[in-house]
Write a protein that binds this ligand. Structure first.
Ligand code: AMP
Length: 371
């Protein structure tokens, strides 16, 4: 898996397959044109690699030239094809074979035909390395193609995503399943919030901490805040109905998110089930639950330290902390089995430097993305 700008791409067509496809086209063209010296016209920018390897595979005398067109911007074609470098001179009476990296809807083909329509060439042919035959709706029948491919956004071997990826030797396709939803699991003080703040940047995820949402409500004196406070102050869990509803609202508020990190939720089996049902209704799912493991004595020290800095009252009293651990052991710990049964439970050592723990988590996440 590779990342270009904000998107992930997975291997699609290997270097070997590309070379075989090029040889196939070169052999076919060679049969048709060995008796003359054709002019191959590469379409820049994308076709530069194809032109280079094609010429190396073409066994007879030939000439080469280029036109430059541009139509793609980002992932979707703008539909407007501009000519930035015009037709080569002295092509009258010659056989011209266009070398295109990819043909999809056919807009570029149309532009090429327009460009060459007044040039009095002897013959005009189009060869494309990749051909999205299902979406091609042009009238012109493509003369030579290397590989037919489905309508997927691809990069590599000259093709780019916002200018990146042209130098890749193989072709990669956009990884559509790039949404990752993670549950960060662990006792209070395990470092869920700290790690979430790094992971959300690294993987472009929305971080939802139910504890933070409660504290925000308490600070703003909302009804929800007053209710939550009565539980939080005792180190108890806020009732499921309230928490589940609140979590759903937070997800709904972020329809554009490319994935979520759930921190401090779910904390009970009922919450985990509600989360699964809710995500299914949105065609989403939890990809992994990652537990940050640390022993109680380390955690108590961390929480007491945090309490001094953050002023969180539930972090300042060892009795309250121990009560939160009891709540965890009784209500939250069983979720390990719940996620284990779904094959989604991963455990990470939560003791060490923040960076080391982030890399342990990143390793798990990157393995998920590679699937
Ligand atoms: P946290 O910041 O995650 O440690 O949460 C602080 C407190 O908020 C907890 O001790 C609970 O009282 C409450 N809380 C946070 N998340 C949940 C949840 N998923 N279910 C019930 N109570 C929660």
């Amino acid at each position: 898996m590779i990342k270009l700008h904000d998107k992930y791409f997975k291997p699609f067509i290997s270097e070997g397959e590309i070379m075989a496809a090029i040889k196939k086209i070169a052999d076919q063209v060679a049969v048709d044109y060995k008796k003359e010296t054709p002019i191959f016209v590469g379409v820049l920018n994308g076709a530069f690699m194809f032109v280079s390897d094609f010429l190396k595979a073409y066994p007879y005398p030939c000439e080469v030239s280029f036109v430059r067109l541009s139509s793609y911007q980002g992932l979707t074609s703008t539909g407007i094809v501009e000519s930035l470098l015009d037709v080569p001179e002295n092509i009258e009476g010659r056989s011209v074979i266009i070398l295109e990296d990819i043909i999809d809807t056919g807009r570029t083909v149309k532009k090429l035909i327009d460009l060459f329509s007044n040039t009095k060439v002897k013959e005009f042919k189009i060869a494309t390395l990749f051909y999205k035959s299902e979406v091609y709706n042009g009238e012109y029948d493509i003369d030579y193609f290397g590989l037919k491919i489905e309508d997927k956004f691809i990069v590599g071997y000259g093709l780019d995503y916002n200018e990146l990826g042209r130098n890749l030797r193989a072709v990669y396709q956009l990884n559509q399943k790039h949404m990752i939803n993670l549950v960060l699991f662990g006792k209070p003080g395990a470092g869920k919030g700290t790690q979430a703040s790094f992971l959300k940047e690294k993987y472009n995820l929305k971080h939802i901490s139910t504890g933070d949402v409660f504290r925000y409500n308490i600070k703003n004196g909302t009804e929800l805040g007053t209710l939550a406070k009565s539980y939080i102050d005792k180190g108890e869990l806020v009732p499921d109905e309230v928490t589940i509803k609140m979590l759903q609202d937070e997800v709904e508020k972020n329809p554009e998110a490319s994935g979520f990190i759930f921190d401090g939720f779910p904390r009970t089996t009922a919450q985990a089930k509600a989360l699964d049902d809710f995500l299914v209704s949105k065609e989403m799912r939890i990809d992994a639950t990652i537990a940050l493991e640390a022993n109680d004595e380390v955690l108590i020290q961390r929480l007491l330290e945090r309490g001094k800095v953050s002023g969180r009252s539930d972090d300042q009293d060892e009795k309250m902390i121990r009560n939160r651990f009891d709540e965890y052991n009784e209500k939250t710990a069983p979720l390990k089995d719940y996620y284990d049964d779904q094959g989604k439970f991963h455990s990470v050592n939560g003791i060490g430097s923040i960076e080391d723990i982030t890399s342990r988590l990143a390793k798990v996440i990157e393995e998920l993305q590679a699937v």
